[in-house]
Design a protein around this ligand. Structure first.
Ligand code: FMN
Length: 199
């Protein structure tokens, strides 16, 4: 796929077809993640890949369904809430692959001021974006969820992972359903955010 097509096609998907994704494809996608920019070659990255429905169920058991009273969604945010909230669990049940990206905090920067203290988190998110783009390039799409308070511990315990790993998000990967819903987007206008030579 052409690079600009990948950029344009990447969307957050929350409804997937019941079609498996091969191990080779998942490895290619994660390998693309591993080539992301890194902070001081920190790269304390690990990935738990779950495809067995029982393992996925155990990992997502603690995710609660979010209430959503929106009937008519007129704004992009309202549309997103209407589409996303009821699917925070089912999107991972439907996606044939659940990837849990993990990293460890870099002790050298734990007490540094912002933005340096965020470097290890920032590089993990570069990895995650590479994963989204690589999945798109494979004709797949990703769901993502940031676990809420208490959930990372439960999820990591369910998969037998050591506690000092940080789970920044959960990633579901699969073929988008034909009827997958996507909220409208309102992207910032270039002229509103570019400042040439000075503010
Ligand atoms: C930091 C961050 C956190 C997000 N958390 C969630 C989440 O918990 N659940 C979810 O369904 N989508 C989540 N999203 C996806 C956004 O809702 C989505 O990216 C946004 O609506 C734009 O849509 P698009 O990704 O299709 O372009 C998150 C996105 C980002 C960047």
């Amino acid at each position: 796929m052409d690079f600009n097509e990948v950029i344009a096609k990447r969307r957050t998907t929350r409804q997937f077809k019941n079609e498996p994704v091969s191990r080779e494809t998942i490895e290619r996608i994660i390998k693309a993640g591993l080539t992301a920019p890194s902070f001081d070659h920190c790269r304390k990255w690990n990935f738990i890949v779950l495809t067995d429905p029982a393992s996925k169920s155990a990992a997502i058991e603690c995710i609660e369904l979010l209430p959503c009273a929106i009937k008519e969604a007129a704004t992009p945010v309202a549309q997103m809430i209407k589409i996303a909230f009821p699917r925070q669990k089912s999107m991972f049940e439907d996606a044939p692959v659940l990837v849990l990206p993990l990293y460890k905090r870099d002790k050298r920067i734990v007490n540094e001021p912002v933005p340096r203290t965020h470097m290890d988190t920032a590089e993990m998110w570069c990895v995650i974006e590479n994963i989204f783009l690589a999945a798109t390039d494979e004709g797949l799409s990703c769901a993502m969820r940031i676990p809420t308070e208490g959930q990372p511990e439960n999820i990591l315990a369910a998969v037998g992972c050591a506690e000092d790993f940080i789970l920044p998000c959960m990633i579901g990967i699969g073929v988008p359903a034909d009827n997958a819903e996507y909220p409208m987007q309102k992207y910032p206008a270039l002229e509103d955010c570019i400042h040439c030579e000075k503010w």
